[in-house]
Design a protein around this ligand. Structure first.
Ligand SMILES: [Zn+2]
Length: 356
């Protein structure tokens, strides 16, 4: 049974944290008009009402990439059909796309048929056209020498959050010197940050095979930047966990949950890509949701599809996969209506805006 007392106590403390966030002038910068000036949530681009259903992880791919179905129109069609109001739209720079667990090679090479500039232009064009449907996130690459300068420029275009960070993919440590200016930028501008632990087992620079050592690095960052709202993407320690029995998966994530109990600035995203195949929800996934609900409550739990990766049955998403993902959260998660509203959108809204 859920420990409502604990969930309530967390709710009060979370609200205080968010009130403090809102009191800081930079915190409202999650919403910026095209001139880079802060505006209130109520006058946020494209909408006067709060979005009810928010998907915390989606990506679009370069325009000229052969693979069909990964472009902004496809995403919007899926969102419309499934009743999803907004998503975190995460921009991958070409350097991130090009370096799965390796060093940055030729930064000018074309990937997926497009140059860096074309990749960026397509993303920003999509964002400008559909500001009412997306929150603008950037999966920053701290290896790029002009990383902070780019972030400054993106902020003028309306950047609303950083992430998902990709330390393992970028072959740098999550608390390494490269990332510090990025976290400081988030702190100064009041921007939330989505952290990803995915692929830590394969990372070339994370030598340890012990998740505790890896988590120590993330925990240091989350504790040091205590005014920054952080979210653990993909449910925390993800990846290879899915093949294990549920109790082992739960145990492997225990430190994530414990830290969430202790800190107000930490959210977790129950993101699906490892938990769905052949359009079926993995039998452990409802157990995970029930565990999160009873252990920490849904006040800081969000959901994400990782569109177009949702539905790992095939290489990329097809229409029906998104229905499966959204329907699981919307209909099948056993919880009260209040909890469902929190899980579907309110937690994400509070995370991204710093406002209740
Ligand atoms: Zn991700």
């Amino acid at each position: 049974m859920p420990d409502h007392h604990q969930a309530d106590a967390q709710g009060v403390s979370r609200r205080k944290f968010l009130t403090d966030c809102a009191a800081a002038p930079a915190a409202v910068s999650g919403f910026l008009n095209p001139d880079g000036e802060a505006v209130t949530a109520e006058r946020a681009p494209g909408g006067s009402t709060k979005p009810r259903i928010i998907d915390c992880e989606t990506h679009i791919f370069p325009r000229h990439w052969d693979f069909r179905g990964c472009r902004v129109e496809n995403l919007l069609q899926d969102m419309d059909r499934c009743g999803v109001d907004k998503t975190f739209l995460m921009f991958y720079s070409a350097s991130v796309l090009a370096s799965p667990c390796g060093e940055l090679k030729d930064p000018n090479a074309k990937r997926f048929g497009d140059s860096n500039e074309q990749t960026w232009e397509y993303f920003i064009e999509s964002w400008k056209k559909h500001k009412d449907r997306f929150y603008f996130f950037n999966a920053t690459d701290p290896r790029e020498p002009d990383c902070i300068k780019k972030l400054e420029q993106q902020r003028k275009l309306g950047l609303q959050g950083l992430g998902e960070t990709q330390p393992a993919t970028q072959n740098i440590l999550p608390n390494g010197p490269e990332f510090m200016p990025v976290y400081r930028f988030a702190a100064e501008k009041g921007l939330p940050v989505v952290l990803t632990m995915e692929r830590w087992e394969q990372s070339l620079c994370l030598k340890s095979k012990d998740f505790d050592d890896v988590f120590d690095m993330f925990e240091k960052v989350i504790r040091e930047f205590k005014d920054v709202r952080f979210m653990l993407g993909h449910g925390g320690n993800c990846g290879s966990c899915k093949a294990r029995p549920f109790e082992q998966y739960r145990a492997a994530n225990e430190r994530c949950y414990r830290l969430m109990e202790q800190l107000d600035n930490l959210w977790i995203c129950a993101c699906m890509p490892w938990w769905i195949a052949q359009n079926k929800v993995h039998p452990s996934f409802p157990k995970l949701l029930e565990h999160l609900r009873s252990r920490i409550g849904f006040s800081k739990v969000t959901w994400g599809s990782d569109w177009p990766y949702c539905g790992a049955s095939k290489e990329f998403s097809f229409k029906s996969d998104y229905d499966t993902v959204v329907d699981f959260f919307r209909k099948e998660t056993p919880c009260t209506e209040e909890e469902r509203a929190q899980l579907l959108g309110r937690s994400a809204y509070e995370f991204v805006t710093g406002q209740t």
